[in-house]
Design a protein around this ligand. Structure first.
Ligand code: IPE
Ligand code: MG
Length: 261
């Protein structure tokens, strides 16, 4: 693994680093195909990319990074690939857990873990990693595993309905906060920047609510080739954008470049 000193942060404004970056890891299969390798070889190669990118996030001072490691739609892949991804997600946790812990990283998990298709050992190792790293403060890394945003939203709606029927909440009082309080990770902040590697321009049911005002980056890099340097490029580009959150264009910006008289 490369070390921090080769990372060029000179173009980064430390006051405008995205607080939460979402990573849609895409292109592992194509990376492998191009080398005449099985798709699983692409997933294996994606591990180094993920952990190098996490180190880049740490060096940048990013507070939250959420990596989409398995979606609720990924069950439609071949049985062999699904089985591999279940094993790999679990194996990766056990091998990398102590290293992340030593870096002060809190590991968190978001997804439908009660799904009977999720193996018990995955559930157990996710819980152990979350417990071990619960008090770490350097950065939170979320593994979005068996994650689907619509599933998360429907679940929150169901929990609200149950609370309303039981008289614990007045339907008139339901607001954004009461929805968010019923998400898988209630303390997850909004996403500032979503990066999807491989050049595909889709959100694919990833953090739909949390990305309402996110900026998007679609580097044409297959995930196994992504790294901390590619992350810095995405953040440099992000910092050149003007975020308005639905507000008006700043009047001062409007006059920029125009004659003053
Ligand atoms: C992403 O790469 C890996 C996972 C979501 C598990 P893909 O497996 O989607 O690779 P492509 O898109 O087929 O190249
Ligand atoms: Mg893909």
């Amino acid at each position: 693994m490369t070390s921090d000193h080769d990372l060029d942060l000179s173009r980064i404004d430390p006051d405008r680093v995205p607080r939460h970056i979402g990573l849609i890891l895409d292109g592992n299969g194509r990376w492998a195909n191009r080398r005449g390798l099985p798709r699983t070889a692409g997933h294996l190669a994606g591990e180094e990319a993920l952990f190098d990118t996490i180190e880049g996030g740490l060096a940048l001072g990013v507070e939250w990074m959420t990596a989409f490691t398995f979606s609720t739609e990924n069950w439609d892949r071949s049985g062999e690939e699904v089985e591999f991804l279940m094993w790999f997600n679990e194996d990766l946790l056990t091998r990398r857990r102590d290293e992340l812990h030593a870096q002060g990283i809190r590991m968190a998990f978001s997804g439908a873990f009660e799904d009977p298709r999720v193996p018990e050992r995955n559930r157990r190792h996710m819980a152990e990693a979350a417990d071990l790293t619960a008090d770490n403060t350097a950065m939170t890394v979320v593994f979005a595993f068996n994650y689907g945003s619509r599933h998360e939203l429907v679940r929150a709606a169901r929990l609200l309905a149950e609370d309303a029927v039981a008289g614990r909440i007045d339907p008139d009082q339901i607001d954004e906060e009461s929805m968010e309080a019923r998400f898988w990770l209630p303390d997850m902040p909004d996403v500032d920047l979503v990066i999807r590697s491989s050049g595909e321009h889709r959100l694919s049911n990833f953090l739909l609510w949390q990305s309402a005002y996110a900026e998007f980056s679609f580097p044409g890099i297959l995930w196994p080739d992504f790294d901390r340097h590619a992350l810095v490029e995405a953040v440099v580009d992000y910092q050149q954008r003007e975020r308005r959150f639905g507000g008006a264009v700043d009047a001062v910006d409007d006059r920029e470049g125009e004659p003053t008289s």
